[in-house]
Design a protein around this ligand. Structure first.
Ligand code: Q46
Ligand code: ZN
Length: 285
């Protein structure tokens, strides 16, 4: 297949009815991200952005896109201490920072007394999520960043939506908004890739040789729901993007109950209990 410019194609999409080469695809991708940001007001040009990068393809694509679009940004990586995976991830984000000429901030979980490898198997991902949310928010606020950008893809958003619907956590759906404004000590959050698919992100990093590691976290569970989402997309083209837009609409319309903000007695961060989940974790070690 050939691109409209006549060169060999690297990307074909039935959803957009388009076939593009390695020169036309990056421009197309950046334009899609620009449109999402504008349409949903995800990041403002005046905001200082802390872009969270794991070393994987999605966050590498996000960092590249935000830089191309002219945002004032720095990179942020947490060394989770997950054996070889964390070493490879760190190497990859260092290469990414160098290739994009961006400042990289690294926080080591070990400096808080434990690593993800120290957590019992069943609780690994929940502890990891608690640590990531806590460290990125605290770091961003203490260093004067206005907004935290994470590379959630449309598959991630659909997955969170289905799982939370099934567990009856309707309130949680409001967290799936493309932008969540700052509240008390919580810094604003942005999901600039919420309409992008993993395939679109992978095509960008492979086409432009943007550094990333293909290695997956050894704790990543096999997700049957993700396979189901891909199956539906195969049968109904455009399902993922249409669904994620509907989720964004729904998330915006949910009025969360006013909650009286509490602060952790140990660290002072926002918490829904006397002691926050992160301090509970550090206390165990
Ligand atoms: S939560 Fe779980 Fe991920 Fe943390 S332990 Fe690995 S798989 S990295 S997004
Ligand atoms: Zn605390």
């Amino acid at each position: 297949m050939k691109c409209k410019c006549g060169r060999k194609a690297v990307f074909h999409s039935k959803v957009y009815r388009i076939t593009l080469c390695d020169e036309c695809y990056p421009k197309f991708y950046i334009e899609l991200v620009r449109r999402s940001i504008k349409r949903y007001g995800i990041v403002k040009k005046s905001e200082k952005v802390l872009a969270c990068v794991s070393g994987g393809k999605d966050s590498s694509a996000m960092a590249y896109a935000l830089k191309e679009l002219g945002y004032d940004l720095e990179l942020f990586h947490i060394d989770l201490g997950i054996s070889e995976y964390s070493k490879e991830s760190l190497k990859s984000v260092e290469e990414l920072a160098e290739s994009l000429d961006l400042n990289l901030n690294v926080v080591k979980l070990k400096d808080y007394g434990f690593t993800i490898d120290d957590i019992e198997r069943k609780k690994v991902c929940s502890a990891c999520g608690i640590a990531k949310r806590y460290l990125m928010n605290r770091f961003a606020r203490e260093r004067g960043f206005d907004i935290i950008a994470t590379a959630h893809t449309c598959e991630d958003i659909i997955l969170f939506f289905i799982k939370n619907m099934l567990s009856g956590n309707i309130d949680y759906i409001s967290k799936l908004k493309p932008r969540i404004d700052a509240f008390d000590k919580l810094v604003a959050k942005a999901k600039p890739l919420f309409e992008r698919t993993e395939k679109e992100n992978a095509t960008l990093v492979l086409t432009l040789n943007i550094p990333f590691t293909p290695t997956e976290c050894p704790h990543a569970p096999r997700d049957v729901w993700k396979e189901i989402i891909y199956d539906v997309e195969l049968k109904k083209r455009g399902f993922k993007q249409n669904f994620v837009r509907a989720i964004a609409k729904l998330a915006e319309s949910i009025r969360t109950e006013e909650w009286k903000v509490k602060h952790c007695k140990i660290c002072g961060e926002v918490s829904n209990a006397e002691i926050c989940s992160f301090c509970k974790l550090t206390k165990r070690f």
